[in-house]
Design a binder for this molecule. Structure first.
Ligand SMILES: *[C@@H]1O[C@H](CO)[C@@H](O)[C@H](O)[C@H]1NC(C)=O
Ligand SMILES: *[C@@H]1O[C@H](CO)[C@@H](O)[C@H](O)[C@H]1NC(C)=O
Ligand SMILES: *[C@@H]1O[C@H](CO)[C@@H](O)[C@H](O)[C@H]1NC(C)=O
Ligand SMILES: *[C@@H]1O[C@H](CO)[C@@H](O)[C@H](O)[C@H]1NC(C)=O
Ligand SMILES: [Zn+2]
Length: 412
């Protein structure tokens, strides 16, 4: 069983590796923001940025996670934010018997000083509603082998969506990534590297989850620096939010409706039920606008959107990506570019210092040779609904590998 799974994994991972087309560098001629912007500095490692390609990315990003060699520039930026009092000293949570992350010493998760999204608290900087009459389209957990039919459908309907991508899945499905980024010219955003409950993670682990995902996106897009992230299971609090914002410039995006399509991979819900929910929102009130939690995680979750799109279209919504429906007047998709094709270039700046990068500088990343596979998880949560852990922790696939301290653990 182990062996079979491993072979299936290898086929899956390597199957997507062949013939990766180069990133089109053509349209990018200059920075959207000034080159010395503190956040873009964190992700500039050479001139030009490393070319997108499986070997480059694999070399930089394969290995145990989090790796031991987190870039000093990220740690320095975290230290500086802490010293400036920008990162609240909130203790990490542990998973409780009810499947929800719990704080020690009966700390109240709903207190504004903590503001846990898992317990329904949204902070002023968060994005969860869309303007009246608009739908911000987003899909979580890709890129995966289940994603391409969604991308083909979006493109054939002239739609652009935000994809909250998992770092490990970008690593192992590079051609699916490129279909979203290059063919569809869709918006790419961060959904962490390994999809954990982020409030359970130490500051350094939060740094690694967000930093490496932003880095692999930058490396795979010719240097675009992500501007938005969505916490897995919708689990964030003021500490996690602040690290995302202060160190990496990331805005936290939640949702105002949960399609529960993440349960389709298990036995929790039927496709008909998911589609009924989607149709009721697509044909329902226009105020506020909609940000619906949807996934590219399974054939069913993709099908639910495709099947119900005619209702969405018929009801006259303005449909766009998450930044398109955000309150950010610039509507920029990235911190250093307006969208996938607008100008942005690499700069010779060492992360965090503004100094030139010597030629051939080594990219940060796990350096050992062990493998981490695609994460195909049905474990997204419904923020205010706090479902039981049993239903949330159903793993949907026979090829989930999690690398723990360099050892391969196969969960069937
Ligand atoms: C960050 O702070 C820690 C704890 O104070 C310290 O040990 C470490 O050297 C600092 N690292 C950097 C890069 O500033
Ligand atoms: C679970 O959600 C309900 C509302 O749906 C809320 O009243 C209750 O406090 C929540 N429980 C926890 C532990 O968050
Ligand atoms: C959105 O719609 C609500 C309800 O119709 C209305 O009260 C509100 O003023 C609208 N907001 C804007 C910005 O137009
Ligand atoms: C990207 O921005 C350019 C303007 O800079 C615009 O012409 C193009 O349509 C945009 N692409 C998408 C996919 O929104
Ligand atoms: Zn997710």
């Amino acid at each position: 069983m182990m062996l079979l799974s491993f072979l299936a994994l290898s086929a899956l991972s390597l199957g997507d590796a062949a013939s990766i087309p180069p990133i089109a560098q053509g349209p990018r001629g200059g920075w959207y923001h000034e080159p010395g912007h503190p956040v873009t500095r964190l992700f500039q490692r050479g001139t030009p940025n490393p070319p997108h390609g499986l070997q480059t990315i694999l070399d930089a990003f394969s290995g145990p996670f989090p790796p031991p060699n987190i870039p000093q520039s990220w740690i320095a930026a975290l230290n500086a934010s802490m010293a400036a009092g920008k990162i609240p000293n909130i203790p990490v949570t542990t998973m409780a018997g009810n499947g929800l992350p719990a704080y020690p010493n009966k700390l109240n998760p709903s207190d504004p000083s903590v503001c846990s999204t898992t317990y329904g608290c949204y902070a002023p900087g968060d994005l969860w509603n869309a303007p009246n009459g608009t739908v911000g389209l987003s899909f979580d957990d890709g890129p995966l082998p289940t994603s391409p039919p969604l991308y083909t459908f979006l493109k054939s309907n002239n739609l652009h969506a935000t994809h909250f991508f998992i770092g490990v899945n970008i690593l192992h499905n590079p051609n699916v990534f490129l279909q979203a980024f290059q063919d569809n010219q869709d918006h790419i955003a961060v959904h962490t590297y390994t999809h954990p409950y982020m409030t359970t993670k130490s500051n350094l682990d939060v740094l690694a989850e967000l930093g490496y995902t932003s880095q692999i996106i930058a490396d795979s897009t010719g240097g675009l620096v992500p501007k938005y992230w969505r916490p897995p299971y919708g689990d964030a609090d003021n500490r996690v939010r602040a690290i995302a914002k202060e160190v990496f410039g990331l805005t936290t995006v939640i949702w105002n409706q949960d399609s529960a399509d993440w349960e389709l991979s298990g036995s929790g819900i039927s496709l008909a039920t998911v589609e009924a929910s989607l149709k009721s929102w697509w044909s329902g009130p226009k105020s506020p606008g909609l940000i619906v939690l949807e996934h590219e995680l399974s054939t069913g979750s993709v099908q639910a959107f495709i099947d119900t799109y005619p209702v969405l279209k018929a009801n006259g919504w303005n449909i766009g990506t998450i930044p398109d429906v955000s309150l950010d007047p610039s509507k920029a998709w990235y911190q250093n570019a307006f969208n996938d094709t607008s100008p942005a270039t690499s700069q010779t700046i060492i992360p965090g210092t503004g100094s030139p990068v010597p030629p051939g500088a080594t990219p940060p990343g796990p350096s050992s040779t062990s493998l981490t596979s695609s994460i195909s998880t049905s474990t997204s949560s419904s923020t205010p609904k706090n479902k039981s852990s049993a239903s949330r922790l159903v793993q949907s696939s026979a090829y989930i590998l999690v690398t723990i301290a360099g050892a391969l653990v196969i969960m069937l």
